[in-house]
Design a protein. Structure first.
Length: 265
């Protein structure tokens, strides 16, 4: 009997925030669990994380990617966590081919950083869905990433769930640390930029979002470095203009971070 065709996958951008969300029971971690209960089961997950920054676009191709604890100063419990999801070397090779002629070598060393596993351990807690990552060529401008990501759109029809993991507003230098774990709190400029992104997504102005340096002072404060913003562009490049947009975790934390997340399709 022939295998059924893969289910077309949605595209996700998730604000992952603190690594502590991996172990805390809070609104964010609960929403990730709920997300997992509503998603069709994918053949594999490809994650574009803010924490794999390189000089190319490598694709993780390990059979068993390691769990990377890429942070410091957190409780021992967090460092002991493992997310033993298998990789998918075959689909990784497909991704590398789709990205040509960009430099996208198959990587056998990186694994899964916390931008990936802190979220996916809630979405797919059994770690039984293959997971691999795509590195971010951090020296390239936003429009480059948007165009590069558009080559991966066919993955949705091949049953691959693409997840961008970062934060739309991410300015650690301005965080009010004693407000980080309390009630939602955002500076005016952080709320302004988060709302601007929401409005522009609703209007289909994705290419303008890719060129965020033209979006004014609030954008400059929200994106002092591109690492956490670029994963959003990978999600936007894969969406269809007429498909449903669902927003979740639309909350600021610590003044200068937002957790706002999107599901397309």
């Amino acid at each position: 009997m022939a295998k059924p065709d893969p289910v077309r996958m949605p595209v996700i951008f998730v604000g992952h925030g603190s690594p502590m969300n991996a172990i805390e029971d809070n609104a964010f971690s609960r929403s990730w669990t709920e997300l997992g209960s509503r998603l069709p089961r994918p053949r594999a997950v490809l994650c574009v994380s803010a924490h794999w920054l390189t000089g190319a676009s490598p694709v993780g191709a390990m059979e068993r990617p390691r769990t990377i604890h890429d942070f410091g100063g957190f409780p021992r419990e967090l460092y002991e966590l493992q997310y033993p999801a298998p990789g998918s070397p075959a689909i990784a090779a497909e991704v590398s081919a789709l990205l040509a002629p960009a430099s996208s070598p198959l990587d056998l060393s990186w694994g899964l950083d916390h931008g990936t596993w802190s979220v996916l351990r809630r979405v797919f807690p059994d770690a039984d869905v293959p997971v691999f990552q795509l590195g971010i060529d951090i020296g390239r401008p936003g429009p480059y990433h948007y165009e590069l990501a558009s080559r991966l759109k066919v993955l949705r029809d091949r049953g691959v769930l693409v997840v961008g993991s970062g934060n739309i507003v991410h300015n650690l230098g301005m965080v009010v640390w004693d407000r980080l774990d309390g009630d939602p709190y955002g500076f005016d400029w952080a709320l302004e930029f988060d709302a601007l992104v929401k409005r522009m997504i609703g209007e289909g102005r994705d290419r303008e979002l890719a060129d965020w340096r033209k979006l004014g002072k609030a954008a400059a404060l929200a994106i002092p470095t591109a690492d956490h913003y670029l994963p959003l562009l990978y999600a936007l490049a894969l969406r269809d203009r007429d498909e449903e947009v669902a927003i979740f975790n639309e909350l600021p934390v610590g003044g200068s971070l937002t957790m706002t997340s999107y599901r397309f399709g």
